[in-house]
Design a protein around this ligand. Structure first.
Ligand SMILES: Nc1ncnc2c1ncn2[C@@H]1O[C@H](COP(=O)(O)OP(=O)(O)OP(=O)(O)O)[C@@H](O)[C@H]1O
Ligand SMILES: [Mg+2]
Length: 496
């Protein structure tokens, strides 16, 4: 037994019909270290860590926890051996309090009665241990996503987790919440807890991790010491080729004489008096902090929520989108931020999902043109690098990032005049990001117009022709490409 390692994975393979998700992967986790696990969408990260929690049974290989050998885990074995996973979809019960969630399945009892007071007291202690302030009485459903995640972490620690595995924990968080989550990670590390941290955001990896394991196509590629490694090397190892530019060059394709969308004092859904013009062939960025009202604006344009006043003029005519169907028929598409909830049908094939918005267009007398259907699906599979053996695969069986690409494909197939992208590259790996940017460029070159909502400042500045900044539902400024500046945007974003 090697004393240094709390968890060792040896020669782990996992096969699914038609997919070798993992091929002979080995790695070790040291006590009290933060080990980052990185790789492109579909590289096998989630599958690998699920073998540790018992959610996936490896086809072959060994899992060694504190010197004890297992050929596979079960959720119970994992818990007994101090392994906990924080999934993206939290397991908490929204209708129960933070304290009740913490003691879920294992309540403190006084005789035969559940001792709520004692649980609340213990919960308070557990939260204090992580330096976080959560009212134990508050319902989990009323907590922010960041706090819900903290409850999950507190629960894992209360159950004596010695290895905490986090699969893209920062994805749903605001930047302030990410900071608190980092603090909790550092604190746990100082207490000797080991963390496996999965993320597509390389800046986080550099900030937080001690070592980095790179996976590619289900294979182990390399382990690096974070402080001795460089971002270019990581990217090269992940994608297996040199990626020189981050943002593909785009010829100027703005048709300044043609306004596609005009908002005049649009108010509603938390936004007030929003006015701007979007030209044909233009990418207009919407900047601002989380909660600034950008998604709310997108919802109004897409007919998901009605405006209360003001005018929306689309292609020269005032429109009143009252449902997404109306918006789609008018030529407006929205690629939503929360793609899990508003996007893909998980139990349906990649092909059906991609064609979902255009079935009425590719059918005659209710008969689907199946050649066209297959062509469309395959062309997006290729263009968006959707990793799956076939477009007949169920979306459920795709990796998280690849599910997102399917939804992107669905909206691109709809061939709308105006496409609203809400955080289009969240959860998407570096290589595929470039493909998505290229696709956005193609769209504007074809004369489409884009509204781009992004919290990634670099992306917003790299892709937009112009940026409008929102703060608390109001427009606080507009910047032209030549005056893009991170500080200026931040100032406008926090201006009230
Ligand atoms: N139940 C399943 N059936 C078939 N294939 C699967 C199943 N689960 C995962 N896969 C495949 O295994 C591969 C690895 O997927 P995994 O979810 O581990 O990737 P990942 O590295 O976590 O990617 P992402 O960054 O997109 O989350 C993918 O090709 C995926 O399609
Ligand atoms: Mg994953």
């Amino acid at each position: 037994m090697n004393e240094e390692y709390v968890l060792q994975l040896q020669h782990i393979s996992k096969e699914y019909p038609g997919v070798q998700a993992l091929k002979d992967v080995s790695l070790e986790v040291k006590k009290g270290e933060i080990l980052a696990l990185i790789g492109e969408n579909g590289a096998g990260k989630s599958t690998l860590i699920k073998t540790c929690s018992g959610a996936v049974i490896p086809t072959s290989g060994k899992i060694i926890v504190n010197g004890k050998e297992f050929s596979s885990m079960s959720p119970q074995l994992a818990a007994e051996n101090g392994i906990a996973i924080i999934y993206q979809e939290f397991n908490n019960v929204k209708g129960l309090s933070a304290a009740e969630n913490l003691f879920l399945g294992n309540p403190i009892k006084n005789g035969i009665l559940i001792d709520r007071k004692a649980m609340e007291k213990e919960a308070e202690k557990a939260f204090a241990q992580l330096n976080i302030k959560i009212d134990p009485k508050k319902l989990c459903g009323d907590l922010t996503v960041g706090y819900q995640q903290m409850v999950e972490i507190a629960k894992a620690i209360k159950q004596n987790a010695r290895v905490l595995i986090m699969d893209e924990p920062s994805a749903p968080l605001t930047s302030a919440e990410v900071e608190s989550m980092f603090k909790v990670c550092e604190l746990l590390k100082s207490q000797g807890v080991s963390i496996i941290y999965i993320s597509h955001r390389l800046d986080e990896i550099f900030r937080l991790s001690d070592r980095i394991v790179v996976l590619r196509d289900g294979e182990y590629i390399k382990t690096l010491i974070t402080k001795d490694s460089h971002v270019d090397e990581l990217i090269r190892l992940m994608v297996g080729r040199e990626l020189t530019e981050t943002y593909p060059a785009r010829p100027d394709c703005i048709r300044h004489d043609e306004t596609v969308l005009e908002l005049q004092d649009v108010t509603g859904n938390g936004d007030t008096n929003i006015s701007f013009k979007l030209h044909k062939g233009e990418v207009l960025g919407l900047g601002g902090l989380v909660g600034a009202g950008r998604t709310e604006l997108a919802q109004m344009l897409f007919g998901a929520v009605e405006k209360t006043s003001g005018k929306i003029i689309f292609k020269g005519k005032e429109i009143h989108p009252r449902s997404p169907r109306q918006a789609i028929d008018a030529g407006i598409a929205l690629v939503p931020e929360d793609r899990k909830r508003h996007g893909a049908l998980l139990g349906v094939s990649v092909k059906n999902n991609i064609n979902m918005a255009i079935y009425n267009r590719i059918s005659k007398l209710s008969v689907i043109n199946s050649k066209k259907e297959l062509e469309t699906a395959n062309s997006y599979k290729t263009n968006l690098l959707i990793k799956t053996p076939s477009v007949n695969q169920l979306v459920r069986n795709l990796s998280g990032g690849n599910q997102q690409k399917v939804i992107l494909g669905k909206w691109l197939a709809a061939n709308s005049e105006l496409i609203i992208f809400d955080e289009p590259t969240r959860g998407i790996d570096v290589g595929a990001k470039f493909e998505i940017y290229s696709l956005i460029n193609n769209l504007v070159e074809q004369g489409k117009s884009i509204l781009l909502i992004s919290s990634e400042m670099e992306e917003l500045m790299g892709m937009s022709d112009r940026i409008i900044v929102l703060a608390e539902g109001k427009m606080t400024g507009e910047l032209k490409r030549e005056s893009f500046d991170q500080n200026a945007i931040m100032r406008l974003a926090s201006a009230v």
